[in-house]
Design a protein around this ligand. Sequence first.
Ligand code: FAD
Length: 622
Amino acid sequence: MQLVVIGGGHAGIEAAAIAARMGVPAVLLTMNLDQLGQMSCNPSIGGVGKGHMVRELDALGGAMGRLTDATGIHFRILNASRGVAVRGPRAQADRVKYRTASRNLLEGVPGLRLVQGVAAELKWAGGRLHGVELVDGSFLPCDAVVVTSGTFLNGKVLIGERKLDSGRAGEPPSTHLAQQLRALGLRCRRLKTGTSPRVNADTIDFSRLEPQWGDPVPRPFSFFSAGIPQRQVPCHIVHTTAETERAVRENLGRSSMYGGHVEGVGPRYCPSIEDKFVKFPGKDSHQIFVEPDSLETREIYLAGLSTSMPVDVQERMVRSLPGFERAEILRPGYAIEYDSFDPLQLTRGLQVAGLEGVWFAGQINGTTGYEEAAGQGLMAGINAVRSLRGQEPVVLGRDRAYIGVMIDDLVTKGTDEPYRMLTARAEHRLALACDLADARLLSVAREVGALSPGELGTVEARMERRERLREQCGEAWVAPTSPFGPIAARAGLTLASGMTLLDLLRRQQVTPDLADAALALLPGWELPQEGWDPRWERDILLFETRYQAFHEREARLLQGQRAWDHVRIPVDFRVEHLPGLSTEVKEKLQRHRPETLGQASRIPGITPAAVTLLHLLLERTR
Ligand code: FAD
């Protein structure tokens, strides 16, 4: 039994590592082993929604959180002043170190073989997948394949009027495999994304830029990291000027996008600088983040200045930024368009429906972003292994993980433009707080064997400590004369008859500092926890106690939805002749092929009345 993963990007790394960790011999086949874990765009991981997915990946044995902790040079919790549910960890990784760390991690996974080469064709024999043929004529036998080819399928790089066949700047496209996948009849469309120019740090006057430091105590992404080893450095902020806008407007016709050279659809939430000036004409200036690329080079990434302008215009734009008058571009920005396949052709386990032994993950499915790719890679790897073992796929519910929300969105609704995770896509945000991903996904991690016994022990110990703390807070009595009395008074609370510490913490008047003061009085609270700050634990405690009523209401609502998610729609269920359903509903059901009633209910345009009727018809066929 062997699994081959095509592509050593963010999806491929996760798929290959988890498959081997689950005990199936795996091969990671990629074009260039020196590019494993390459960050094609800015070297930053996480953010709101995306950061949630990295924690979820980590809770399921994924690599991205650990790699980011090992190589991160600037950590920041976004939305830190807001509730736990919508905070997002984000880090600037060292691009060079991230590649090396990815390779070292993969080289250390027993049962995983790394192979440099280009996949040309998937081969079936007697209806079963039996291997992958490479362009050099060699052959890798396998029983399952996970394709994670990113932006490489028929990739074309665009700079101004120039169009170059390329999978990413300086790398060739993947054409043979793209041809075969199209020839198999899979629905394909062209998507597009873009990146910013990179500049030599020695040609920037940093004294004119606004520095932005990371958090004073960098918080690891991974539940298993002991700390952050790299030196931390600042990012900087600069704003575009009137001259930047002039440079863009005077040359719009020379941009690949506005000059009519692009056919692909671009990401709504990562607009190019051309788009920003054209679509938001009232806005005089746009913020640009000046991000260090690596501690080992002098390269600087300009986040927010993604462009497909010709190089001379890019130079003019860059030099129009205050402090960049002498700036030299090391690598120009560019746009790229590539083949992506309609994710409605996938099952909930990310297998390509109707293609024996093939899973797709990452940018190939119409997403954009490292974290989105990694989340799919992990689930495709897990499910390919489970399929080889004759087990049912693992499907993470929308109330269980942002990764579950993303995959459900992709395979249920599809996407016409590069899909990016946003917290607004999740309807159960309270249930999906990123700091609780380890606890939330522990049973899945156990079921699939994603974590080592030591890692499982770490999560279990943390959960036990949390439980003990809640019990202690429930038992500690706060009266005016108790040691907690002055803290209640500082919160402005009069204690007529006293209350438990848990009840006191429930009150909004108790600030985080007062909560710390109260918790410090409990025996054992300051126990050193490697890589885990007691203040983070305090935030979790406050979140859980203060939102208990909301959690309970949400849990009741979820019961109904979960019931629908358990009503399976048989593969051979024919909707064409069903009475009572409109033609539009029938067409949608045929196109989206939902596997459950819950999935059917989430297809845009399927009305509640149609779902009820469908439920009835399904009951009748039982
Ligand atoms: P990739 O990371 O692209 O990895 C694909 C891998 O597959 C590569 O290692 C490649 O060598 C290998 N491969 C391909 N074909 C074959 C083959 N036939 N045989 C063997 N190996 C093969 N994301 C954002 O979130 N925001 C952005 O603004 C953004 N901008 C981007 C701009 C550019 C120019 C590019 C290229 C990407 C951008 N991204 C952006 C996307 C981000 O890089 C991807 O979403 C992410 O890397 C996808 O991961 P992946 O694993 O699917 O593919």
